[in-house]
Design a protein around this ligand. Structure first.
Ligand code: ADP
Ligand code: 5GP
Length: 194
């Protein structure tokens, strides 16, 4: 077994942005981002914006997603929004650990807590906190990828999800992006070198 870094937060808090910066960071000290690999989740939602199948997600139909749940292919899965499921495939974890790399996850708050329980000390769980709910709403709108209905669904879950931050190993406040990325690099480096 290798290591895992879990990023969780309500939608729009900046997980994708911070993970992208982490993976693209230049090797510094004893930390090399080439030793990290992103866990590509499966989802039953449609691709949005520039998303690519097999790169951002494995996009499955509802039927295929259900079939793979029944086949026991998932380490964890959640119906994050009503009618839309997301899950971590066991094969992803095996693929990445077989390459000798640490796994980076972008999962919802329940998924993050479940994976932390599963991996224990092998995982670092990071909660990405927005400066406020108002800023979170602005960011969801300015991302420009979700319908009003999807934004309302996402915001509807946010307040409750934010209360779960104390269950995570670390909270990174994503106000100024550069500061949030630096803090993330610091905690990830410390964890990988433990
Ligand atoms: P998540 O992956 O958590 O759903 P995203 O990374 O997609 O969130 O970020 C949501 C939106 O907020 C994106 O448009 C992103 O560019 C923007 N964003 C992320 N972090 C910041 C920040 N620190 N300041 C301003 N905008 C940000
Ligand atoms: P989005 O539709 O914005 O890409 O993702 C919606 C939510 O689903 C985000 O909170 C994201 O972290 C979560 N998510 C993505 N993949 C998984 C997964 O494999 N498992 C769980 N539990 N949540 C996931």
């Amino acid at each position: 077994m290798g290591k895992a870094i879990l990023f969780s937060a309500p939608s729009g808090c900046g997980k994708t942005t911070i993970i992208r910066e982490l993976m693209a960071s230049t090797p510094a000290g004893r930390f090399d981002p080439r030793n990290l690999s992103f866990s590509i989740s499966a989802t039953s939602r449609r691709p949005r914006g520039e998303e690519v199948d097999g790169q951002d997600y494995y996009f499955l139909s509802q039927e295929e997603f259900r079939r793979r749940v029944e086949a026991g292919d998932f380490l964890e899965w959640e119906e994050v929004y009503s009618g839309t499921c997301y899950g971590t495939l066991k094969s992803e974890v095996e693929r990445i650990w077989n390459e000798g790399k640490a796994i980076v996850f972008d999962v919802d708050v329940n998924g993050g807590r479940n994976l932390k329980r599963h991996f224990g000390d092998r995982a670092l769980s990071i909660f990405v906190m927005p400066p406020s709910l108002e800023v979170l709403e602005q960011r969801l709108r300015s991302r420009g990828t979700d319908s009003e209905e999807a934004i309302a669904k996402r915001l509807g879950r946010s307040a409750e999800e934010l209360q779960q931050a104390p269950h995570f190993d670390v909270t990174v406040v994503n106000d100024d992006l550069q500061c949030a990325v630096e803090e993330t690099l610091r905690v990830v480096e410390a964890f990988l070198n433990e």
